[in-house]
Design a protein around this ligand. Structure first.
Ligand SMILES: NC(=O)c1ccc[n+]([C@@H]2O[C@H](COP(=O)([O-])OP(=O)(O)OC[C@H]3O[C@@H](n4cnc5c(N)ncnc54)[C@H](O)[C@@H]3O)[C@@H](O)[C@H]2O)c1
Length: 319
């Protein structure tokens, strides 16, 4: 495998680290040349099109700002290069259509980095829910993001480049897990507001999303908390009440044995430890010609929920 990371920032560094441990990392691309200096000895590019056309890697890991995901994914898939794209898959309906169309026409494989589906809590609860219907699922994300955080990348906090705020960046994983456990609502209502970071961002820092037709999922999310709190998910089925927090699952008051962490967490605590497991699974499926579960259609689900939330303005809308 000859793999390349495009975008060697916070998360690209983590992808590169995992790939180099597997012996797959062959090339790195970033428009900022200073980000390439740790990768001496590899093929280095500042233009992703050149990387794809000249180097023709087997896989590109797209770890760039949100507004570039669709363009880069389509470019790679059209040239037969497989893609593992960081979340979100894209930031508009037009992009979604283009990406899904490119995936359909390409022999290469698209995967989306929703690594929290690999957390041991998630795996345990998904299995527990196999023969049970979810009545309600509620997620809480209360994190702390500052003016300095938003100043750390010019793409952050801007509608055109981040695509939104807390919903499309920090809370996307939790929204994805809510629909992963409970199913996709047909209709939702949502409100988004900027309560604490209005002097430095033009997108929402706080949001509420409620499924009004179909599965009863609700998300409360803010970047305005005074410190990062653990993400919490509560689920009700007929006969059980489940509480999920990092490293912890409780069912009907009893703490479950969810096994030991098999992948060590890398990078920031809030990334979780799922990247290693997801990347290993992606490559196993690619090398064996099998389907990777989190394909374009799966990556599209959270994007559709979020785009509906942005359209809602407090009214019920189709997802
Ligand atoms: N899965 C997760 O838990 C998780 C965690 C953090 C970030 N992310 C996602 O990863 C992506 C990047 O986030 P980040 O925090 O690493 O951002 P970042 O700003 O630290 O890194 C982005 C990098 O992309 C580079 N870049 C910008 N335009 C480029 C171009 N045209 N070609 C090549 N490189 C280009 C920048 O120079 C920068 O080094 C985002 O989609 C973010 O949502 C996911």
């Amino acid at each position: 495998m000859r793999s390349a990371v495009i975008g060697a920032g916070n998360i690209g560094t983590l992808h590169a680290h995992i790939l180099s441990e597997c012996g797959y990392l062959a090339a790195v691309c970033d428009i900022d040349e200073s980000k390439l200096s740790p990768y001496g000895g590899l093929a280095l590019y500042t233009d992703y099109k050149k990387l794809i056309d000249e180097f023709h890697p087997d896989v590109v890991h797209i770890c760039t700002p949100h507004y570039l995901h669709a363009e880069m994914t389509v470019y790679a898939l059209e040239r037969g290069v497989s893609v593992l794209c960081e979340k979100p898959l894209c930031i508009s309906y037009e992009e979604l259509e283009a990406v899904l169309d490119a995936e359909k026409k390409s022999a290469a494989m698209l995967g989306v980095c929703l690594q929290n589906r690999y957390n041991r809590e998630t795996v345990f609860v998904k299995e527990y829910l196999k023969d049970r219907d979810v009545i309600s699922a509620v997620g809480h994300v209360a994190w702390h993001r500052t003016a300095e955080y938003y100043a750390s990348g010019s793409w952050r906090g801007r509608k055109a480049t981040e695509g939104g705020g807390v919903l499309i960046n920090q809370a996307l994983h939790t929204l994805d897990l809510l629909q992963y456990f409970a199913g996709m609502p047909e209709k939702i209502t949502a409100s988004v507001s900027t309560l604490t970071l209005g002097d430095c961002i033009e997108v929402e820092d706080t949001a509420a999303v409620i499924g009004t037709k179909g599965p009863g999922i609700t998300l409360f999310a803010t970047n305005g908390q005074n410190s990062d709190m653990p993400v919490e998910i509560s689920i009700k089925t007929d006969g059980s009440f489940i509480k999920i927090m990092p490293g912890f699952v409780m069912i009907n008051g009893e703490i479950m044995d969810i096994g030991k962490e098999t992948y060590r967490p890398l990078g920031k605590l809030c990334y979780g430890s799922g990247h290693g497991a997801l990347i290993a699974d992606y490559y196993e499926k690619l090398q064996n010609g099998q389907k990777f579960a989190i394909d374009g259609g799966e990556g599209a689900k959270s994007v559709r929920l979020i785009l509906a939330a942005y359209r809602s303005g407090g009214a019920e809308v189709d997802v």
